[in-house]
Design a protein around this ligand. Sequence first.
Ligand code: THG
Length: 374
Amino acid sequence: MAAFPIFASRRIRKTPYSARVEASGLSAYTTYNHMLLPAAFTSLAEDCAHLKQHVQIWDVAAERQVEIKGKDAHKLACLMSARDLSKAVPGRGYYAPLCDAKGGMINDPIALCLAPDHFWFSIADSDVELWALGLATALDLDVQICEPDVSPLAIQGPKAEDLMAKVFGEEVRDIRMFRFQTFEFQGTPMIIQRSGWSKQGGFEIYLPRFDLGLALWDRIWEEGNTPEFQIRAGGPNLIERIEGGLLSYGNDMNRSNTPLECRLDRFLALDVEGSAFMGKDALLRQRDEGLKQALVGVRIAGDPIAPLAFPFATKLNERSAGIVTSAVHSHDMGSNIGFAMLAIEACEPGTTISVETPAGWRQAEVCELPFPKA
Ligand code: THG
């Protein structure tokens, strides 16, 4: 399959960091929330190996914020979030599946509680702002909803904490997982959270001024461009995130899947007394009746596969068994690994299925998630 360039336009927005990303060896973009998101630099495998050893600076401005503010902000956040936000505390982030009335997944953002009447949903790739506006309008809620000028920049990798301490001070070390605090850069306050879409550890800086993007990038680059840190530009890495079991909304699940099917049970407020979020009744019913499909891991036999042309069809005993949603060759795990949304009959670990890869039909073994640590 040939690859073609995508022209940039007003609908596919640049970020505050695009100029630096493009000068730092970018080889492929993807789009996310109508914005450019770097997908590869040297190669997926090289980028992954570097991320596990050093530190990377990621343009994740495409993780847009949906701001909900005002008297009914907490009410709307609780209605939208399948995770319990009733006791949300300022300074904390919560990984929060969002569902429609039938339990279908709308998005899986990190919900940041900035104040009791002020939330950000740091969203994956779907139009949550419109969903929030629709609900607020229909229910006549007293809220202001917008996409503020906020562009996250992630610092990821085992050396991320040391680098961040050099730039923002030793206090960043005290930030616990998913917590955030406000720091200053050139006199502008910005939120720094211990988070990021990798399992290598790190932080995200929520830059609140587009025009400061290059200065922020340059400051971090200057400190990181040493033999000690060996900073490189990077981005969410397909290999690392599959190894780590991180699901990608729009790829591994969408509105035709529920968070139960995605095995996100631990984030759901189904047993929280008084919770009343969108989709709760449907999810309770599904939990009662049992799942018809579910997300599993797969190991696909044979040579390294090209991570293109998803989803891959699958078969169990000559009958369609669902789809492989993402897959890639992992050097560290010594095989092709991926996620699959399969009919429940095919979900038993150890089951052998057939998978239609770009290189033809291959055998694959179903396995539990998360993958055992490489
Ligand atoms: N950071 C920020 N915004 C984001 C993402 C991010 N928006 C888009 C996307 N990523 C949202 N989706 C996820 C999915 C998984 C996680 C974070 C955001 C994640 N999950 C951990 C896990 O599954 O192991 C831990 C979850 C937990 O224990 O609460 O980190 O990355 N700003």
